[in-house]
Write a protein that binds this ligand. Structure first.
Ligand code: NAP
Length: 295
């Protein structure tokens, strides 16, 4: 067991709970003023266990803060054409402020086509090309949910990224790439992006003041790959078989906590770090989308 008494554990559950209270307060105000309440719609195709669990979490979060929500479930036999028609209907539904299509989709449906059909103003996951590109604009509209959650965690723990060297490991379209842009733009950091072709990964991670890892390979980052005093954000979430757990698996991050944590100024645990922030980012984006549509 690691002695965590001298390390700051970044508590994503606590921050997420604080943000939910702030959003619930705002919803109460809107109610008192007789204004329209934010409405999130969620599309779920098929009955994949992990996707259903994520969607249940999103529905629960909407209920907690007082948002209206609609859950649209379709069999995994739905055609791409029909799914796109449903997306058009939601785009045109005046009451719905934001919506998401839970991924993954059946392989015969193009994620790119589906994502690009979403009206960017209602794209509260922040996946459309327009929202991705707007990160570097003067007035970004909606930030991608997981990177937004990471930035919010850093902000609420007073981690100033200005001029710091942030190393992002993982360059996916959903997490690593947009997060790197946000750290450079909004965070004014010097950013290094590493991916699977990066040679000598440790030579980069060792230079990080702030290290963010989003790969999906448990234990990729070990204690000898980081410097003393680093701030580590572990986005990785991989289900690993674990007979001691009631569900038969546990969640593992990309960072080997036992060897890395003793060298850190701050670190996120997995679970309980970035995970809870992704759902509240979705709520923050929905509130923003709603308020922008009703001004
Ligand atoms: P992804 O699409 O599979 O992307 C993984 C990225 O890691 C890719 O850029 C890949 O490089 C890179 N990579 C692969 N092997 C590498 C290596 N050995 N060294 C350095 N980089 C390597 O996954 P994702 O959607 O970004 O998700 C990443 C992790 O975050 C997963 O564990 C996922 O479950 C988790 N996640 C968590 C949350 C949350 O709310 N907590 C949200 C989203 C994702 P290439 O681009 O070259 O292939």
């Amino acid at each position: 067991m690691v002695d965590t008494s001298k390390i700051t554990l970044i508590d994503g559950r606590k921050v997420a709970s604080d943000i939910k209270k702030e959003i619930a307060d705002r919803v109460s105000e809107l109610k008192k003023q007789g204004k329209k309440l934010p409405h999130l719609a969620i599309i779920l195709v098929g009955d994949d266990g992990a996707s259903t669990t994520y969607v249940d979490g999103k529905v629960k979060a909407c209920k907690e803060v007082g948002f209206h929500y609609s859950l649209l479930r379709f069999a995994d036999t739905i055609s791409e054409e029909r799914l796109l028609k449903h997306i058009d209907q939601i785009n045109n539904d005046e009451d719905i402020d934001g919506f998401i299509v839970q991924l993954p989709l059946p392989s015969r449906i193009s994620v790119e086509k589906v994502t690009e059909r979403i009206n960017p103003e209602k794209d509260v996951d922040g996946f459309t090309n327009e929202n991705f590109g707007s990160i570097t604009s003067a007035d970004p509209h909606i930030f991608p949910a997981t990177p937004f959650g990471v930035m919010e965690l850093l902000r609420r723990y007073n981690v100033d990224t200005t001029g710091k060297h942030c190393v992002v490991v993982g360059a996916s379209r959903l997490v690593g790439a947009p997060l790197s842009m946000m750290l450079a733009e909004q965070g004014r950091a010097t950013v290094t992006i590493c991916h699977k072709y990066t040679e000598n990964l440790a030579s980069h991670t060792k230079k990080a003041d702030i290290l963010i890892v989003a790969v999906g390979k448990p234990g990729l980052i070990t204690g000898d790959m980081v410097k003393e005093g680093v701030v580590v954000i572990d986005v990785g979430t991989t289900r690993v078989e674990d007979g001691s757990k009631p569900r038969g698996f546990s969640l593992k991050g990309d960072v080997d906590f036992d060897t890395v944590a003793p060298k850190c100024a701050m670190i996120t645990p997995v679970p309980g770090g970035v995970g809870p922030m992704t759902i509240v980012s979705l709520l923050m984006n929905t509130l923003k989308a709603s308020e922008q549509r009703t001004v």
